[in-house]
Design a protein around this ligand. Structure first.
Ligand code: UTP
Length: 227
């Protein structure tokens, strides 16, 4: 299978610390999928560190797009950490354009990406890559166990086993703002790409990387997005 995995930046960071134990578990799951013959693109987010930089830039009255640029760079740095953890069969550089990522993917190496351009999140990067390589599945590993009707901490919020792109758009627009560091879970561009490319997407609890294997094997886990 051609698989795109998005790993939320906040997953691999415990506060300001980088969670090397979880990163190693991810690297092991990725190596295993590669050994099984799958073709892989991994996209890593910017997490808490990106948000710290974005907040600081915002205090300095930097434009949102410049704040985004820092988020993009931090996500790329996180991608380099994952590359070091995977070690073999992985392209040693983080591609900085979609074109570069596609051509590296075609050479059979595992591709690890960070951000691409302002105005979106790394979820949009994952959706664009999944569309470009005609991925069989896009697995979004995050810090919650799926999509909820409202932010999960809200009283009465319910977890959904399935969600349409229209529902997802509504939930995201009511709970997130369109600014750097805040394009949570699925930003509008990511949803539009999923819809137009009819991408099969699973949103799963990435605190246990084994859930990625479950999603790929078609087991019941997380939330399935119906494109
Ligand atoms: P993400 O918001 O995608 O990181 O990127 P994340 O940590 O994975 O988010 P969670 O864990 O899913 O919530 C960090 C920031 O970098 C900028 C945005 O400001 C984004 O919020 N960014 C990232 C871009 O502007 N363009 C990109 O292509 C990627």
């Amino acid at each position: 299978m051609k698989i795109v995995i998005k790993i939320g930046g906040s997953l691999i960071q415990l506060g300001e610390e980088i969670d090397l134990e979880l990163i190693s578990k991810y690297a092991e799951v990725i190596r295993r999928l590669k050994r099984e013959g799958h073709k892989l693109v991994i996209v890593v987010g910017g997490g808490v560190i990106a948000r710290k930089y974005i907040e600081t830039m915002r205090k300095l009255k930097a434009p949102e797009s410049v704040c985004d640029l820092l988020g993009i760079k931090i996500a790329r740095l996180n991608a380099y950490i994952l590359i070091s953890a995977i070690r073999n069969d992985v392209y040693p550089k983080v591609p900085e354009t979609l074109e570069e990522a596609i051509s590296v993917f075609s050479m059979g190496k595992i591709v690890v990406m960070g951000g691409l351009q302002p105005g979106q999140s790394t979820n949009a990067v994952a959706a664009l890559l999944a569309e470009s390589i005609r991925a069989d599945i896009l697995v979004n590993a995050t810090t919650v166990d799926g999509v909820y009707t409202a932010p999960p901490e809200t009283p009465g919020a319910k977890k959904l086993d399935q969600v349409t792109t229209d529902q997802l758009m509504e939930i995201m627009q009511s709970s997130t703002e369109f600014k750097a560091g805040e394009y949570r879970l699925f930003d509008p561009l990511a949803i539009l790409i999923v819809r137009r490319a009819r991408l099969p997407v699973k949103i799963i609890d990435g605190r246990d990387p084994q859930n990625i294997l479950k999603a790929i094997r078609g087991e019941k886990v997380g939330t399935t997005v119906i494109p």
